[in-house]
Design a protein around this ligand. Structure first.
Ligand SMILES: Cc1cc2nc3c(=O)[nH]c(=O)nc-3n(C[C@H](O)[C@H](O)[C@H](O)COP(=O)(O)OP(=O)(O)OC[C@H]3O[C@@H](n4cnc5c(N)ncnc54)[C@H](O)[C@@H]3O)c2cc1C
Length: 391
């Protein structure tokens, strides 16, 4: 999309470009480009967030009252597309784009004052404790218990597939606080400091060789009742609200446009491309449409509205495009992107082929998960069938 920019927007774009030119160091770009995991590279994201935070630009879709820059949707679009052109990393959405809207809406004043600045500065790095063994799509069946004991809860149980728990110092968790009611009615939303005694994290290595997900265990973990967000036993509404932001609230299109640019470079040099260029062009057009939908959605979010069922549509579209783009890249460069290359690369051992190509199969394998995490594709289709089509 090409916008015709006002004089003030041109000045703003120059400001963004100046920051990117001076602060976004090649090491950060390289780390971001070589990442193979869906969520992005932790170190690159942290370095970039620190730079943006200094400038007051870490939470670009946050309401101004909570520390957002108060930009228009055109400014957010300009910012995202300039970041994409310069190869800036994705910021990690767990705190900034998932938990923060929940705290804006359901947090007490004390919670807003304490947590929000620490999310913006990344002093608090969050992970998401929703899924459990046997409770993924059927999330309301979750079993992790929180029993009240004076001004604390005692938490016991386990969470599965917890992305970036190895980096996180905090986890937002769904816990069962009441058992003798229908499953959705007895759930609460609790914020837990990962340094509390009784919390342990076990790594899970993916098929691609990456360590992105974990299992987290809670063994008699003592959590202050002040860490409850929203009313006790009404955490299901809080949980669903957060999922709307997980599924459609973040700028996935920007990251995909970076992937698409890399794919175009790969395809440009191929002597025999077997129709890959045509498929890439079709995908590029779909990506433009996704980007426009995201810009509209971000404008709604910044105006205080929630994404609603549109987030399920965005989730399906974005994950499908991720899988097509990573699949086309793998077909273009298959010889040099053998899966074990990523393992060798992570271990710092000798690899084959160009460095830029070595992450491609690992990325392809990791992207298989994008139609599962955040709510599986079939489950999103059920939501659309019910709340959009009224079926
Ligand atoms: C890489 C990755 C990262 C993740 N990160 C996190 C995280 O940080 N925090 C967190 O809490 N969770 C995380 N998850 C978990 C994720 O949310 C769940 O895997 C997902 O909700 C699916 O649940 P499940 O794995 O139990 O599969 P199941 O629910 O057992 O589903 C298996 C299959 O059955 C289908 N299915 C299930 N129910 C229905 C239905 N009603 N109608 C039609 N089809 C159905 C599903 O679509 C799927 O294809 C992550 C998962 C992955 C793979």
């Amino acid at each position: 999309m090409e916008l015709s920019l006002t004089a003030a927007e041109l000045v703003f774009r120059e400001e963004v470009r100046a920051l990117l030119r001076t602060e976004l160091k090649p090491e950060i770009i390289k780390l971001a480009r070589n990442t193979t995991t869906s969520l992005g590279n932790h170190d690159a994201a942290m370095a970039w967030q620190a730079i943006l935070h200094k400038r007051g630009w870490a939470g670009i879709a946050w309401p101004k009252a909570f520390g957002g820059p108060g930009w228009t949707s055109n400014q957010r679009y300009i910012f995202n597309s300039e970041c994409e052109k310069f190869g800036a990393p994705n910021l990690i959405p767990l705190g900034l784009k998932m938990l923060a809207p929940v705290i804006f809406k359901y947090g007490t004043k004390a919670q807003q004052d304490y947590y929000l600045p620490k999310i913006l500065s990344a002093e608090h790095y969050w992970c998401q404790g929703y899924s459990e063994p046997g409770s993924g799509s059927d999330l309301a069946s979750l079993k992790t218990r929180a029993k009240k004991d004076g001004d604390h809860y005692i938490v016991n149980g386990t969470k599965l597939w917890t992305t970036h728990a190895q980096y996180a110092n905090h986890i937002f968790c769904l816990v069962r606080t009441k058992a003798d009611v229908k499953p959705q009615a007895g759930i609460s939303f609790l914020l837990i400091d990962m340094a509390t005694p009784g919390v342990t994290v076990e790594p899970i290595y993916t098929l691609a060789g990456d360590h992105e997900v974990n299992q987290v265990f809670f063994d008699n973990v003592k959590v202050p009742t002040a860490n409850l967000v929203g009313p006790e036993n009404e955490g299901w509404n809080v949980a669903k609200y957060l999922l709307e932001f997980e599924r459609g609230g973040s700028a996935v299109a920007t990251a995909l446009q970076v992937e698409m640019a890399t794919l175009k470079l790969l395809l440009r040099d191929l002597p025999h491309e077997h129709g890959l260029k045509k498929r890439a062009a079709e995908t590029d057009i779909e990506l433009l449409a996704l980007s426009q939908m995201e810009t509209d959605l971000q404008a709604q979010v910044a105006a205080g509205k929630n994404p609603g069922a549109a987030s399920s549509l965005m989730k399906i579209k974005a994950s499908a495009l991720k899988q097509v783009i990573s699949g086309l890249a793998m077909q273009a460069i298959a010889n040099y992107s053998l899966p074990h290359n990523n393992r060798l690369r992570l271990d710092g051992r000798p690899t084959i082929g160009r460095e830029a190509d070595q992450a491609i199969t690992a990325r392809y394998l990791n992207e298989r998960a994008s139609s599962i995490f955040g709510g599986a594709r079939e489950v999103q289709k059920n939501i659309i069938a019910k709340s959009v089509l009224g079926l």
